[in-house]
Design a protein around this ligand. Structure first.
Ligand code: ACO
Length: 333
């Protein structure tokens, strides 16, 4: 286990948060729930049929199971969903159907109603199917308009990468949610990623670089203008945040290049939070660093929700689920 995840587990244990796992009948989720409860990382509720869960895993100690077909909360959640979505055209019947038959909606409604602190799902569901109920029901934190995501990237010890960021730890955003963010959304992603860097990655002084193929006007293009505009918005919305853009990746990371291309910048050459201009760049970027540099990539960590929701990869292992639940617990604070 990495040092980063060691610290995440220690913090999660001290918080004792209640996380709902919407895909409660999936064996990896049940096994993860057992490990989480054994290690005191969080309190867990599984959504699913008790008979199916017990047939797969035997009797579970210390883990709550809720079956929407039997829960007295289901009609309450259906009414809550109807109230939240009727202005968008949802009927009472549709709300009842979703609360009863879609555990991703049931889980998001539990969190919205204060019956759980956060939700984790995605082991058998696509990213969009996990995020959409959360976007519709839990929505964003006050003052935040954009839900986004980041990865905490830990470079292998003694590698060249370990000399960048905070001792080889960097945060990359957004690599999983917003396909083509506006300048305002990019600014939100930058501010939220800095917050995740401090809260989850233990980065003491986030230095945020908004990346582009241009440094400080070296190229003229509408895509570059968008990144420069986003940087301006960050300065207005978070004047204390150490942030600069637009910067090329080498100017952001390497002191000598930063000094040459962006003299006087407080971020160039020292960046530890990298903001990609769109989802193609972000998703490709984190996977290249993970595969070619051998970095550990922890995430995607969703940021900006009023209460935390995180999406698993469908290829996730039991330990991946345990890790994401622990990070979700940290985000409850
Ligand atoms: N932040 C805040 N609110 C949002 C966001 C956002 N990023 N995106 C959508 N919303 C809001 C909408 O405005 C809408 O609000 P309303 O209905 O109350 O007016 C609500 O959420 C639902 O929006 P939809 O239009 O139904 O959702 P959409 O179809 O836009 O889907 C989603 C949103 C699921 C996040 C979509 O953008 C998406 O699929 N993103 C890419 C996910 C992906 O495939 N990632 C790559 C794989 S992950 C990996 O490789 C690690």
């Amino acid at each position: 286990m990495s040092k980063l995840m060691d610290e995440v587990y220690v913090k999660a244990i001290s918080l004792k948060k209640h996380i709902v796992l919407a895909e409660g009948e999936e064996l990896r989720i049940i096994n993860a729930a057992k490990k989480i409860v054994e290690k005191n990382i969080a309190r867990i509720t599984l959504i699913g049929r008790q008979s199916v869960i017990e047939e797969k895993a035997g009797k579970l100690e210390g883990i709550a199971i809720i079956d929407p077909a039997k829960s007295e909360k289901t009609p309450i959640y259906a009414n809550l969903l109807y109230d939240l979505r009727k202005a968008k055209g949802m009927t009472q019947e549709q709300a009842e159907n979703l609360a009863l038959h879609n555990p991703l909606y049931f889980g998001a409604l539990m969190v919205k109603n204060g019956d759980a602190d956060g939700m984790v799902a995605g082991s058998i569901s696509a990213t969009g199917d996990v995020l959409r109920p959360a976007l519709q029901i839990i929505k964003t934190k006050p003052g935040v308009n954009t839900v986004s995501s980041c990865f905490v990237m830990s470079m292998p010890e003694n590698s060249v990468g370990a000399t960048y960021g905070q001792k080889g730890v960097l945060v990359f955003g957004d690599c999983a949610v917003n396909p083509n963010p506006t300048a305002e959304q990019l600014a939100d992603i930058a501010i939220a990623s800095a917050d995740s860097a401090a809260k989850i990655a233990g980065i003491k002084n986030p230095k945020v670089a908004l990346l582009s193929f241009s440094t400080k006007g070296s190229a003229k293009h509408e895509l570059v203008t968008k990144v420069a505009e986003a940087t301006k918005i960050v300065h207005e919305k978070a004047p204390d945040l150490c942030c600069d853009g637009e910067l090329q990746a080498d100017a952001a990371l390497i002191e000598s290049v930063g000094a040459l291309k962006a003299p006087g910048s407080s971020v160039a050459g020292k960046a530890n939070v990298l903001i990609f201009p769109d989802l193609q760049a972000g998703n490709i970027g984190y996977k290249l660093v993970q595969r070619l540099a051998g970095a550990e990539a922890v995430g995607p960590i969703c940021q900006g929700f009023a209460r935390p929701v995180n999406d698993l990869s469908r290829g996730c292992s039991v330990d991946d689920v345990v890790g994401v639940v622990a990070m979700t617990a940290l985000q409850c604070e």
